[in-house]
Design a protein around this ligand. Structure first.
Ligand code: PEP
Ligand code: MN
Length: 298
């Protein structure tokens, strides 16, 4: 007896032919599509680091964090203007004002911006301000939203649903691809599993990195902040994800600035700029080792 809706990896060529490495002959083993966001290249040799606050809370805060992450070596800025919060009574983000702050901070720092869009009605507006649209974990299977994001023509950062299988995740990416938009970067951000919430927020599924690379040519990055929920775990999780072969990281950072207040969102998982510098130093050292190994082999 087969169970309706029960799919496995063998179904991927049917579910997502446009992004399947097995279907697309261009997707030779090992080859990744390079997704460009301005000068930033996901899927290229060097892993990309995106960093910034969980939420845009003020111009001063966003500019201070952006300057700090740029100085640490991050290539792109993150920051939510529209926040998906568990309680409707919690801070929901600054909305349009947040988008304007992000645009101003990009002008000041030159860092391209990724920010979340949660609503089909806002895809056009968010696209005017952002360099890359983020589809959050809670919206991974919001199919109308995926279609609109695909139509926008903007690069899309598609986070994995917190309980999504690989087939469901890649099926979601196919919705974006079907609109003619192959500029998709996948993001593992931790899944709900047995120990979730006891000593960490979610369970970081490192195994999915090689699995994704086997099934699709799209780049995959990791969010160690939401995966762990604990600032002291973020550096180790980042380095482990890099070792597993991901194409980048997206990390939440907080820093001091005149009149600084505790972040209103996800404060417990925000690392400081010095820790971000360590993580980027780890990537630097790994890249150097690679170059040395190559030189040795010639
Ligand atoms: C975020 O990155 O701001 C976020 C809310 O993450 P997720 O959708 O993975 O929970
Ligand atoms: Mn957050």
């Amino acid at each position: 007896m087969s169970i309706a809706g029960n799919v496995g990896l063998g179904d991927l060529p049917r579910i997502c032919p446009l992004i399947s490495r097995r279907v697309q002959s261009s997707g030779d083993a090992g080859e990744t599509r390079v997704v460009a966001v301005g000068p930033v290249r996901f899927g290229d040799v060097r892993p990309v680091v995106i960093a910034g606050p969980c939420a845009v809370e003020s111009f001063e805060q966003t500019l201070a964090v952006a300057r700090a992450v740029k100085a640490a070596g991050a290539e792109m800025l993150r920051g939510g203007a529209f926040k998906p919060r568990t309680s409707p009574h919690d801070f929901q983000g600054l909305g349009l004002e947040g988008l304007k702050i992000l645009r101003e901070v990009r002008r000041e720092t030159g860092l391209p911006i990724v920010t979340e869009v949660m609503d089909t009605r806002l895809v056009e507006t968010v696209s005017e301000y952002a360099d890359m649209l983020q589809i959050g974990s809670r919206n991974m299977q919001n199919y109308p939203l995926l279609i609109e994001a695909g139509k926008s023509g903007k690069p899309v950062l598609l986070k994995r649903g917190m309980a999504a299988s690989l087939c469901e995740w890649l099926g979601a990416a196919e919705y974006v691809a079907k609109e003619g938009n192959l500029d998709i970067v996948l993001c593992e951000r931790g899944i709900k599993a047995y120990p979730s919430g006891e000593y960490s927020r979610n369970v970081l599924d490192l195994n999915v990195i090689p699995a994704v690379k086997e099934e699709t040519f799209l780049p995959i990055i990791v969010d160690p902040s939401h995966a762990t929920g604990v600032a002291s775990m973020v550096e180790t999780a980042s380095c482990a994800a890099i070792e597993f072969g991901c194409h980048g990281l997206i990390i939440e950072v907080a820093c001091d600035y005149p009149g600084a207040v505790k972040p209103r969102c996800d404060a417990a998982q925000a690392i400081n700029p010095a820790t971000l510098e360590n993580i980027i130093g780890f990537i630097d050292a790994r890249m150097e080792r690679k170059v040395l190994r190559k030189a040795h082999a010639v």
